[in-house]
Design a protein around this ligand. Structure first.
Ligand SMILES: Cc1cc2nc3c(=O)[nH]c(=O)nc-3n(C[C@H](O)[C@H](O)[C@H](O)COP(=O)(O)OP(=O)(O)OC[C@H]3O[C@@H](n4cnc5c(N)ncnc54)[C@H](O)[C@@H]3O)c2cc1C
Length: 409
């Protein structure tokens, strides 16, 4: 690939926008095509940047695990399983890019991503929570320096809104947050400033492959000749893969989420419990998330989920009983069988690249994904090993028309 090469990025969620930004920053010629679909994940996200929390199963992991346990779908109370070390290393490296990125995006695109340096607190209610948290503290994959055992008294001092019934908490320092909408918008605006062409409200209908190489991307209105294309279509990545004859094991995983009205500052950390997680954004809303449901492309919001999430929020922060719910919505995470993203090239189809399957952590992992794809597209050395994330880890990937995946846990 040379600087004169034409690159098409399909999908304008946070991942496609990040790829377009970093590719344009390297001087590549990029066209970003997006057809907004209902349930696209970036518009649904909570904006947590929790590399440690997510890799050990906090956030949605513990909520999903508890629900599975109550429904008898898992046999014993061992807690959610941890993601492999490669995931944690990827997430830590991605998160480390944010402080510099925030400044770059402000300067180039004129938008503030509202990055907040904070921490994630796993609030414990009972012995089972403590039994789950203690080994995480003792054997934290990053060592003890980033974790802190918080006594009930310390918790009361630092987070006075959290229930006095808590038995304390485990704190993960360096698990931060931002405004996810702003992140995608800022990547997009900055990419455009750097010369990327944007085709909003445009659906990709076909990928043209000739002699084992991508040669063009087609929309209803035009054929765009290209040397490379990036599949960043989120939960719809399998559709785009099929157009190039590639089977992508991505499945939509619904997450329902609730926002309170704007409140004065109540929380200084993000909170994770076995019922829900809570993150107060800079504009004052508290985001209460989230479910993990395999319900296809259904983006409905259900009374059962709202009841469970709000009850969990009130249990954690009792005064929330008195506040108004402002809105509730659902988004479709692009899930994969092993919960790791699918990145990089695919054998047999030159010029085709994946940047999909980011499941619960696409906001957190967008910067490093963008960096790596831009390195691949420009032939630069990679700043992180891609092997654990290649599509080939799932074995055969030629489209058989019969693929169906289930999540591994
Ligand atoms: C409730 C919820 C909470 C979350 N919280 C967090 C969090 O706290 N932290 C975190 O890191 N992650 C979080 N996530 C996960 C994160 O939102 C996703 O991993 C991330 O947004 C995926 O981005 P994406 O760009 O791959 O997909 P999307 O945002 O879905 O973007 C894909 C885009 O491709 C478009 N598209 C599809 N088909 C076509 C086509 N044929 N032509 C053109 N365009 C097409 C879609 O319309 C869409 O705009 C959360 C997700 C949910 C649902």
């Amino acid at each position: 690939m040379t600087r004169a090469s034409e690159i098409v990025v399909v999908g304008g969620g946070v991942i496609g926008c990040a790829v377009a930004y970093y590719a344009a920053k390297r001087g590549l010629r990029v066209t970003l095509i997006d057809q907004p679909r209902r349930g696209r994940a970036t518009s649904a996200s909570a904006g947590g940047l929790w590399p440690l929390g997510e890799s050990i199963g906090l956030g949605c992991g513990v909520i999903f695990y508890k629900a599975q346990l109550e429904q008898g779908k898992v046999a014993e109370a061992g807690g959610p399983s941890q993601l492999p070390r490669a995931f944690l290393d990827f997430a830590l490296q991605s998160k480390a890019l944010f402080p510099t990125l925030a400044g770059e995006l402000r300067e180039t695109g004129g938008l503030d991503i509202e990055l907040e340096r904070t921490s994630l607190l796993f609030v414990m209610y009972d012995e089972a929570d403590e039994a789950f948290a203690r080994p995480l503290w003792q054997n934290c994959p990053c060592g003890r320096s980033l974790t802190e055992w918080v006594t009930p008294e310390e918790l009361g001092r630092t987070e006075p809104a959290v229930t006095r019934a808590a038995r304390g908490a485990l704190r993960f320092n360096g698990d931060d947050q931002l405004n996810p909408y702003r992140l995608a918008d800022a990547f997009r605006a900055s990419a455009r400033t750097l010369g990327a062409k944007l085709l909003p409200h445009t659906e990709v209908r076909n990928i043209c492959v000739a002699k084992g190489r991508v040669i063009a991307v087609e929309t209803a209105a035009q054929r765009i000749p290209c040397d490379a294309m990036v599949n960043a279509a989120g939960a719809w990545a399998p559709e785009i893969g099929r157009m190039a004859g590639i089977d992508i094991p991505v499945l939509p995983v619904r997450g329902q989420i609730v926002a309170t009205e704007t409140l004065p500052e109540v929380l200084s950390a993000c909170i994770s419990t076995t019922d829900c997680y809570l993150a107060q954004k800079r504009h004052g809303e508290i985001i209460i998330g989230s479910t993990t449901e395999e319900t296809g492309f259904d983006v409905g919001v259900t009374p059962r989920a709202l009841k469970a999430l709000t009850a969990g929020a009130i249990r954690a922060i009792p005064f929330l009983e008195q506040v108004n719910v402002k809105r509730a919505w659902a988004g479709l995470r692009p899930g994969t069988p092993d919960e790791l993203p699918i990145l990089g090239s695919v054998e047999g189809v030159a010029g085709y690249y994946n940047a999909c399957g980011h499941f619960r952590t696409g906001i957190l992992n967008a910067p490093l994904t963008g960096v790596l794809l831009s390195e691949l597209l420009s032939g630069a050395p990679l700043s992180f090993p891609l092997e654990p994330f290649l599509l080939s880890r799932f074995g055969a990937h030629r489209d058989t028309g019969a693929s169906r995946v289930g999540r591994a846990r």
